[in-house]
Ligand binder design. Structure first.
Ligand SMILES: Nc1nc2c(ncn2[C@@H]2O[C@H](COP(=O)(O)OP(=O)(O)O)[C@@H](O)[C@H]2O)c(=O)[nH]1
Ligand SMILES: Nc1ncnc2c1ncn2[C@@H]1O[C@H](COP(=O)(O)OP(=O)(O)O)[C@@H](O)[C@H]1O
Length: 190
């Protein structure tokens, strides 16, 4: 049986990864989405095991020690990581897996899965990015400033990605990502 393909979506905080990811889940229910572990507190409406596996710092460090994470990274004061077994099992079943993770983690995944397909979601502009983070209303001013400075550093790593998708309109961005998935399945593999 053919193995599934591994897709990674990254992009700065507030660019719309969550929004586009949710829209993709509706449009492409057959795609399997990795659920990350994090030490960040749940936001309003977030559910354990659905949006993230919410862990204490000790629990997270235990997962690292037991080598249960494919990659992990520290981002704006919290740990985030991708459970390894779920990714391996999904691919082994011939199904695609979709990871939404920040750039340091994405680069580590690239070392382990050089054939993965890496997609970077870009804001139409930096001003629009700041407005979106602010508009979401989940962050303090200090966290917004921190996330904006990380965003600029992250965008400098765009060259490591295979595709750049501008999130101007949610529907257009989804269409572009769907097109990438379709095209990757049509590729002639050696
Ligand atoms: N390396 C890594 N990054 C992750 C993982 N899960 C989520 N992230 C990233 O961590 C960053 C912060 O996520 P979050 O706190 O949910 O905020 P938001 O994505 O900006 O709404 C985002 O860039 C996520 O894509 C993971 O398993 N590994
Ligand atoms: N294409 C878009 N146009 C306008 N606003 C958007 C778009 N995509 C996302 N947003 C808004 O931007 C904010 C940040 O989106 P979110 O999905 O939480 O970003 P991320 O997961 O990348 O941090 C949210 O308030 C969301 O509604």
């Amino acid at each position: 049986m053919a193995k599934g393909l591994l897709f990674v979506l990254s992009g700065p905080s507030g660019v719309g990864k969550g929004t586009v990811g949710n829209a993709l889940r509706e449009k492409l229910p057959e795609l399997t989405y990795s659920v990350s572990a994090t030490t960040r507190s749940p936001r309003m409406g977030e559910q354990d095991g659905v949006n993230y596996f919410f862990k204490s710092r000790e629990q997270f460090l235990g997962m690292i020690e037991r080598d249960e994470l494919l990659e992990h990274a520290e981002y704006v004061g919290n740990y985030y990581g991708t459970p390894r077994d779920f990714v391996d099992q999904t691919l082994a079943q011939g199904k695609d897996i979709f990871l939404e993770i920040e750039v340091q983690g994405a680069l580590k995944v690239k070392e382990k899965f050089p054939d993965g397909i890496f997609i970077f979601l870009l804001p139409p502009s930096l001003d629009e990015l700041k407005d979106r983070i602010r508009g979401r209303g989940t962050e303090t001013q200090a966290t917004i400033d921190h996330r904006m400075s990380v965003a600029v550093d992250e965008m400098n790593l765009l060259r490591h990605y295979d595709y750049a998708v501008v999130n101007d309109e949610i529907d257009f961005a989804c269409k572009r990502i769907e097109s990438i998935i379709i095209a990757e399945h049509c590729k002639v593999h050696p």
